[in-house]
Write a protein that binds this ligand. Structure first.
Ligand SMILES: [Zn+2]
Length: 280
C-alpha cells in the first residue's frame, strides 16, 4: 500500500533536536533519501530526521490533499486497525459489561474507528489535526472529533480507559511530551495502544533508504526496542508487542509473501508493530 507523503513547496523552518529516547546528542547519518535524510542516535539507535521541520511547517502538510488520501483509504486503514487490535486481544481485554468506558483515537482522520467504538457502546472521541478530515467525520458520522493536537484538546486528567493511535507517533516532533500527555489523560491502569512502522523489521533492514516508511513526513522510525524504551521511560508498562507484514505486495512471488507474512507475525520482524502498554 502506498504511504502518503507530502512534498513541501519551498524551504521549511527546521531545528536540531536531542534524542527523545535517551537524551543523547550524538548522531550519524544513516539514510539519504534525497531532499531529506535519517540519522541514527549513536547511543540508543533511534532513527530520526535531525534537523527536522518545525510543527508549524508540518501542520500545513495535513491539508485537503491529505484528507482525500484518508477518505479514499479509510476502510482499508480501518480494517488494518481492527486486525491490529485483534492481534493484541482487545475484545477479550474488554468484554461487553454494560460499564461505560472511554476511548480516544488520536490522529483519527475521518473517525472510522471512533464511530465503530461508539457503536460498540464506548464513549468514544477522536483528535485530528487535518481540519477537513475531522469536519467530514463530525458531519457525516456524527462523532466527537477535536480539531488540533491532543495537547490542544485539553482533556481532563484520567479521562480515558484506552488511548489509541495508529501511524501517528512517527509524525510528531516531540513524542516524549506526547507520551506525557497520554499518560496524564489515561485513567490509572488504562491502556495506550500504539501502531507505527517497525524499523527493526525485515523490510526496513532490507530496503534501507528505499523502505516505504522512510518518507519525509516521518520524523522518527522506531524499532521495538526504541519505542519500548521511550514508553518505559514515561512509566508505561509494556504489555504486548505484535508485528505484521513480512513482504510488501508485488515484491516477490505470492507463496513467499504468505510464508514471510506468517513468519513475521511469529518472530516479530514484521513491517508494522502494535504495542499495548498500561499506565502503571
Ligand atoms: Zn538516543
Amino acid at each position: 500500500m502506498k504511504t502518503f507523503s507530502t512534498v513541501p513547496e519551498g524551504p521549511e523552518k527546521s531545528e536540531e533536536i536531542h534524542c527523545p529516547v535517551c537524551g543523547g546528542a550524538d548522531f550519524k547519518k544513516k539514510w539519504d533519501c534525497g531532499g531529506f535524510s535519517f540519522s541514527l542516535c549513536r547511543s540508543c539507535r533511534l532513527i530520526l530526521q535531525n534537523p527536522q521541520p518545525l510543527f508549524e511547517a508540518l501542520d500545513k502538510r495535513y491539508d485537503e490533499e491529505y484528507f482525500r488520501y484518508e477518505r479514499e483509504n479509510d476502510r482499508i486503514f480501518f480494517n488494518l486497525m481492527i486486525k491490529g487490535l485483534s492481534d493484541i486481544g482487545f475484545d477479550s481485554l474488554y468484554p461487553e459489561s454494560g460499564v461505560e468506558r472511554n476511548f480516544l483515537d488520536i490522529g483519527c482522520a475521518t473517525g472510522f474507528l471512533v464511530w465503530h467504538m461508539q457503536n460498540k457502546g464506548w464513549s468514544s472521541r477522536g483528535v485530528e489535526i487535518c481540519g477537513p478530515a475531522a469536519e467530514w467525520g463530525i458531519r457525516e458520522r456524527r462523532i466527537d472529533i477535536r480539531i488540533g493536537t491532543v495537547e490542544q484538546a485539553c482533556f481532563a486528567d484520567e479521562s480515558f480507559d484506552v488511548v489509541h493511535c495508529s501511524h501517528l507517533i512517527e509524525h510528531l516532533n516531540d513524542p516524549a511530551s506526547f507520551l506525557d500527555e497520554v499518560y496524564r489523560i489515561l485513567k490509572p491502569g488504562g491502556r495506550f495502544i500504539c501502531t507505527t512502522p517497525n524499523a527493526s523489521g525485515l523490510q526496513a533492514r532490507f530496503f534501507k533508504s528505499r523502505w516505504r516508511s522512510a518518507i519525509g513526513d516521518h520524523m522518527f522510525l522506531f524499532s521495538i526496542e526504541t519505542l519500548s524504551r521511550l514508553l518505559v521511560g514515561k512509566s508505561f508498562t509494556i504489555e504486548k508487542v505484535k508485528t505484521w507484514g513480512g513482504l510488501g505486495k508485488g515484491y516477490g512471488p505470492a507463496y513467499l509473501k504468505v510464508f514471510l507474512d506468517r513468519m513475521a507475525k511469529k518472530l516479530n520482524f514484521g513491517d508494522v508493530m502494535i504495542i499495548s502498554s498500561r499506565k502503571s
